[in-house]
Design a protein around this ligand. Structure first.
Ligand SMILES: Nc1nc2c(c(=O)[nH]1)N[C@H]1C(S)=C(S)[C@@H](COP(=O)(O)OP(=O)(O)OC[C@H]3O[C@@H](n4cnc5c(=O)[nH]c(N)nc54)[C@H](O)[C@@H]3O)O[C@H]1N2
Ligand SMILES: Nc1nc2c(c(=O)[nH]1)N[C@H]1C(S)=C(S)[C@@H](COP(=O)(O)OP(=O)(O)OC[C@H]3O[C@@H](n4cnc5c(=O)[nH]c(N)nc54)[C@H](O)[C@@H]3O)O[C@H]1N2
Ligand SMILES: [Mo]
Length: 766
């Protein structure tokens, strides 16, 4: 593949399967990253861009939300293979302009709608606003002012502001996110679903209930100085590669690591640090001291069992428990009768394995618990994360050096977007401050989350969908239902950098608004602007792109929001009194407003200019203060729930390959799992393959049965793969048709993407 985009789409007959790799990162990773960057950008642009990634004077890598080292301690190359791919994807020299759209009809046999997200994304950057009007076969250019007028007219015609849905993906800067929620609330709704609803919502909900704040409690320094790190339900080698450097540093300081994962993911087993000679030539570092090959969904039971053993062994920080927590006795009583048979069935682990790992916990006086989607996307995700908190509280592992809770966020500013008020359930205190600052009464009733938004569009109670980034159609569950929902809309609008399926599965009228990405210089209002983001550890810092924009017609997200607001709010509408043009021409004025509305942002504009930015307050981390209703950290008692899978079925988790960013498919090489040239694979234990009457390499359809409904995803190649019996894994988003819209986590309403009960049947079309 060269500078030119691929003409052909994915051809699954090119699929090749080799054994899985044993080490992550290392020189191969560097090579792959540079090759892709040079292919799409050329040598000079690639070098110039990559040298600015995650530097104090550069831009924040859009790859993930992992924090950067302190300003003085960064490498010259402070990025990873997959960060470089994320940057390349955006900084590519490929372009999708009016000629492209004139050439390609949206529908029909060779239409854009017949293409995969891979093909669409590989075509390049969108250069001009485009519109698809009712009855049209092709997208056509539209001027920016006409585009804003079109959206404003639709919004004004609705019977109620609640008939519009305003989605956000997690790349949006703090400034754009703050203005976006301001626009939406001034318009009159809290319909602000975001990718978080499908991601760490279970975490935010569980932490809010137990420690009083929905964010993690550790710093990078805590990781590097901990005695024990538990990494559960997370694949850092692929999704947060720079985390491996922190884990390596921790190991050098004597930490031990437990990996809890159905799969033996490459990065956790062995890691070659590309920034060090030993990583280039040596065997790398053995990261995990103990790997627990847990059954999918077994973490709830594992953490209960750990709690029970710590109690039995009296490995409890009594002083912390007494001074800072509530609910301990009930929790301890609940675990006294723990059903060990159920624990072993649920986890697929032996009692010896659980005791060995619990012993490591007992022996550690500073433990960090890390987790991601393997814990959050389950029916009992909230209860599971509360069990993680229970175990942390037992040993006082919150608010002390080297210890804490570390949910590892996904999108690079997903945490910041929530801080800025992108939330369908805003707290009253936030709305009060918004009212006092801007002089209008924000709506108080809750809005729709992602799942509810799909229902509202499906049922016609919502008619307009606006997406600030993201790829709603492909990222959301139950693809057929979601596609029908979007097609049912009067208007779908996407502020995007690249083409994706949400542009081609659309409402009666569809708009694409092309925006600047992180890599690009933002010269809005005639002056250079910068934006800010918040990472997974609550550090806020500035981001400024070095490159010329992909096209002179791009606008910043801040500009898009302000311009839409100006088109929408006229006359004596309270929204018309908000100084949108001032905000657009000087983002510092937005930061001043953020400082007045959002706690922890005092003197924001000045503090963010300091190298490395600043860290937001976190009462449990900073002073063991727990802002819950009880004023203490809360032990939660929940009855053990075991996920039972009927005979002949498998429990399927849907995960990321090493060559994608969510629905953006960079390439077809999942190097660490040995899959190349295609993506439709299902990983199954060799004994399960045999027991189900198949052989490795067979092509099957995946059939989901849920509450009497049947869902099918077609044409997957079976790949024998080491994991607990009864489990299976396959890539997202190809498997999203199998995730039922109504199958969500209790409490957070996140789709259960990591627990889909399926049957394998011989493929209908071989
Ligand atoms: N390169 C790259 N980076 C990314 C992304 C990307 O797509 N590509 N996505 C970004 C986003 S938005 C996010 S949210 C993060 C996602 O980061 P991850 O959460 O690491 O992403 P997944 O690929 O979904 O991996 C889930 C991991 O959990 C394991 N797992 C599955 N089910 C269970 C279970 O029941 N229990 C346990 N203990 N483990 C389980 C899987 O085997 C897998 O290792 O990464 C972010 N960074
Ligand atoms: N089955 C299953 N489903 C899942 C998951 C899973 O593990 N399994 N994971 C879930 C998770 S964790 C998440 S976070 C969601 C992801 O859901 P989304 O965030 O909606 O999806 P992405 O694929 O990250 O969005 C990619 C698109 O964002 C646009 N984009 C990229 N950069 C920018 C930018 O700077 N500005 C703007 N305006 N647009 C930009 C591009 O047009 C690109 O096509 O998917 C969820 N869905
Ligand atoms: Mo995510």
């Amino acid at each position: 593949m060269g500078r030119k985009p691929p003409e052909a789409d994915i051809d699954e007959t090119d699929l090749e399967v080799e054994g899985s790799a044993h080490a992550a990162a290392g020189p191969v990773a560097v090579g792959v990253a540079l090759k892709r960057a040079v292919e799409q950008m050329g040598v000079r642009r690639a070098t110039r861009t990559l040298l600015k990634v995650n530097q104090a004077d550069g831009f924040d890598c859009q790859g993930c939300a992992w924090p950067d080292p302190d300003a003085g301690h960064r490498h010259r190359f402070e990025f990873c293979e997959n960060g470089a791919k994320a940057v390349t994807e955006e900084a590519t020299l490929r372009r999708v302009g009016p000629a492209f759209f004139a050439e390609h009809p949206v529908h029909g046999t060779a239409g854009l709608a017949s293409r995969s997200d891979y093909w669409l994304g590989q075509q390049g950057r969108i250069t001009e606003p485009m519109v698809l009007r009712p009855g049209d076969s092709h997208y056509r250019p539209i001027g920016w002012d006409d585009a804003f007028r079109l959206v404003a007219d639709h919004l004004r015609e609705l019977d109620s502001p609640d008939q519009a849905v305003f989605y956000t993906s997690g790349r949006t800067s703090n400034e754009a996110a703050f203005l976006y929620q301001l626009l939406v609330r001034a318009y009159g709704t809290n319909n602000l679903p975001d990718c978080s609803n499908m991601c760490h919502e279970s975490t935010s909900f569980a932490l809010e209930q137990t420690i009083g704040i929905g964010k993690g409690s550790v710093s990078l320094h805590d990781i590097e100085t901990s005695e024990l790190i538990v990494v559960a339900g997370q694949n850092p080698g692929t999704n947060h590669p720079r985390m491996l450097s922190a884990l390596e540093a921790a190991k050098h300081n004597g930490a031990r690591i437990i990996s809890v994962n159905p799969l033996r993911e490459a990065g956790l087993v062995r890691f070659k640090n590309p920034q060090k000679p030993s990583g280039i030539v040596g065997h790398g570092t053995e990261l995990a001291d103990l790997h627990l090959p847990i059954r999918v969904g077994g973490d709830f039971a594992l953490f209960q069992a750990w709690g029970a053993l710590l109690l039995e062994w009296e490995a409890v920080d009594r002083e912390f428990v007494e001074r800072h927590t509530t609910g301990f006795q009930e929790y301890a009583d609940g675990l006294a009768t723990l059903d060990w048979d159920a624990v072993e069935r649920s986890t697929g682990l032996t009692r010896a394995q659980i005791e060995e790992s619990a012993r490591m916990l007992a022996d550690s006086s500073a433990t960090v618990f890390c987790w991601a989607m393997g814990l959050t996307q389950h029916r009992h995700a909230v209860a599971t994360i509360q069990e993680v908190v229970n175990v942390a509280l037992l040993q006082g592992n919150i608010g002390k050096p080297g210890a804490g809770l570390c949910p590892v966020r996904g999108h690079s500013n997903v945490q910041g977007d929530r801080t800025m008020g992108i939330w369908e359930k805003p707290p009253d205190a936030f709305l009060d401050r918004l009212r006092d600052e801007f002089g209008f009464e924000p709506p108080r009733h809750h809005g729709v989350d992602t799942v509810e938004a799909i229902r509202a569009l499906r049922d016609g109670t919502a008619k307009v969908f606006i997406g600030m980034g993201g790829n709603f159609v492909s990222a959301a569950p139950d693809t057929e239902v979601t596609e029908a929902a979007l097609r049912n809309a009067d208007l779908t609008v996407h502020a995007s950098t690249k083409l994706n399926r949400s542009h081609v599965v659309h409402g009666r009228t569809a708009l694409i608004l092309p925006v600047l990405g992180r890599t690009e210089r933002d010269h809005t209002g005639g002056r250079p602007q910068r934006v800010t983001v918040e990472d997974s550890m609550s550090a806020v810092h500035a981001s400024k792109g070095p490159l010329d924009p992909a096209s002179p017609d791009l606008r910043s997200e801040v500009d898009v929001v302000c311009s839409l607001a100006q088109a929408l709010f006229t006359g004596d509408h309270p929204g018309a009194r908000i100084p949108w043009s001032e905000f657009r021409s000087d983002y510092a004025t937005v930061r001043q407003r953020i400082a007045s509305v959002v706690p922890g942002f005092d003197d924001f504009d000045r503090r963010v200019t300091e190298p490395g930015g600043f860290v937001l307050p976190h009462p449990p981390r900073d002073s063991r203060t727990f802002p819950t209703a009880a004023g203490r950290a809360v032990f939660t008692t929940s009855p053990l729930q075991v996920l039972e899978v009927p005979d002949g079925h498998l429990l399927l988790q849907t995960l990321r390959s090493h060559d994608q960013y969510n629905t953006t498919i960079y390439g077809l090489d999942d190097r660490y799992r040995g899959v190349k040239g295609g993506r439709r694979v299902v990983f199954v234990h060799p004994d399960d393959i045999a027991e189900l009457g198949f052989v490795d390499g067979d092509r099957v359809d995946l059939v989901g049965e849920w509450r009497g409904e049947r869902r099918v995803a077609r044409g997957f190649r079976i790949v024998g793969y080491d994991q607990p019996r009864g489990c299976a894994a396959s890539y997202y988003p190809e498997t999203n048709p199998l995730v039922p819209l109504d199958s969500t986590a209790e409490g957070s309403n996140s789709p259960t993407s990591k627990a889909v009960v399926v049957r394998l049947v011989p493929a209908e079309t071989p």
